[in-house]
Design a protein around this ligand. Structure first.
Ligand code: KG4
Ligand code: ZN
Length: 347
């Protein structure tokens, strides 16, 4: 068993957690949403400066809540890719410094591997192989989880990520940032059948459509056109109905691809991760469709869907148990494919 102190600063949450494998001792998330809301989205330079201010108190708080001292920590981990480079640097530099000062091993973690590991926090008995549906603000992928560190991306979005689509549609409806939670709330009072919106499909060169790849930019444009048309009538916008119809279209598009992929690859479990895994429409639609196909859909609790450090610690503990550690010379990367995860470790 391995106790890890983990840091996550890839975007706009300064998060620190202490976990013992799949058990969470503490999970501190200091959100910067109120600061970035002012600009309508994340401002990278502002994010880095805010991480710098928050990181040390967050580390102290995580240890205090876990009731542990440095002597009981086996390894120190930080998200090192993908994400905003300046933001990633704050967390990784803090983790490496602590690793040097306290003479502990250091592990760099791939942010998306962390989102996959969030499923183990709620389902500690889950074991690969399974299919991961990763739906966040920056990514939308279907990943075949073969074992710790071994991933194959089977499908992805060709343009906007699902969370990005929620954020953009919320912006054009003038609802604020981040859009996902606001649209989700409004959608619950709207009619999903009020407007028929197009589900983006990726054509194949020899006819037909890609079974697992998705596209959300056309859907966003369709919502824009709909809003422009409705505005011409001079009546108040039916935002609840627009939100419900949009959310339902996204939930159906994601569900259809995830189910087809799980069935084709003989994977019985679909573990969903990332901020959009918090979406109530997706949770209901995927759960019922999966059970109709004798498949299991797993969703982490809401606090582990959006960015947190507990999922990073969980991934790091598993790597450490496999004998993987990272060099202190490890850099940060704004992008890193899932099949390059093992490049982060000596093994
Ligand atoms: O995983 P995450 O916290 O950060 C990234 O790694 O990107 O995901 C953030 C994204 C945002 O786009 C946000 O709008 C979306 O997740 N999100 C949601 C919900 N809660 C957060 N989207 C739909 N419904 C929600 N309830
Ligand atoms: Zn994330």
């Amino acid at each position: 068993m391995t106790t890890v102190l983990a840091i996550e600063t890839s975007c706009d949450e300064t998060a620190v957690a202490v976990v013992k494998n799949r058990q969470v001792y503490s999970s501190i998330v200091a959100s910067q949403i109120l600061i970035h809301q002012h600009y309508g989205g994340v401002v990278p330079e502002v994010a880095s400066r805010q991480h710098l201010e928050t990181i040390n108190p967050a580390i102290a708080q995580a240890l205090l809540q876990a009731k542990l001292g440095w002597g009981e920590i086996d390894a120190i981990a930080a998200t090192c890719a993908p994400g905003l480079v300046g933001a990633l640097l704050v967390g990784t530099t803090a983790a490496k410094t602590l690793a040097m000062v306290h003479q502990k091993p250091f592990l760099g973690v791939h942010h998306l591997e962390g989102h996959i590991y969030a499923s183990y926090l709620s389902e500690p008995t889950l074991e690969p192989p399974f299919l991961s549906l990763l739906v966040s603000g920056g990514h939308t992928s279907l990943i075949h989880v073969k074992k710790c560190g071994e991933y194959e991306t089977l499908g992805q979005t060709r343009d906007d990520a699902a969370g990005e689509a929620f954020d953009k549609v919320a912006r054009l409806l003038k609802l604020g940032y981040p859009g996902g939670p606001i649209i989700d709330k409004l959608a619950q009072q709207g009619n999903t059948k009020a407007f028929s919106l197009p589900e983006g499909k990726i054509s194949l060169p020899n006819g037909g459509f890609h079974p697992y790849d998705a596209s959300f930019s056309g859907l966003k444009t369709a919502v824009l056109r709909l809003v422009q048309q409705l505005e011409k009538t001079g009546k108040a916008l039916p935002v609840e109905d627009i939100a419900a119809s949009f959310q339902d279209t996204v939930a159906r598009a994601l569900t259809k691809r995830a189910i087809a992929c799980a069935l084709d690859y003989g994977l019985e479990t679909i573990a969903v991760g990332g901020g959009v895994a918090a979406n109530s429409g997706l949770r209901v639609h995927l759960t019922t469709t999966a059970s109709a196909h004798n498949l299991q859909a797993l969703f982490p609790p809401l606090k582990f869907c959006t960015d947190n450090a507990a999922m990073i610690g969980c991934a790091a503990a598993e790597h450490f148990d496999q004998g993987h550690t990272s060099p202190l010379t490890l850099g940060v990367h704004s992008r890193l494919a899932m099949n390059q995860v093992m490049e982060l470790y000596h093994h």
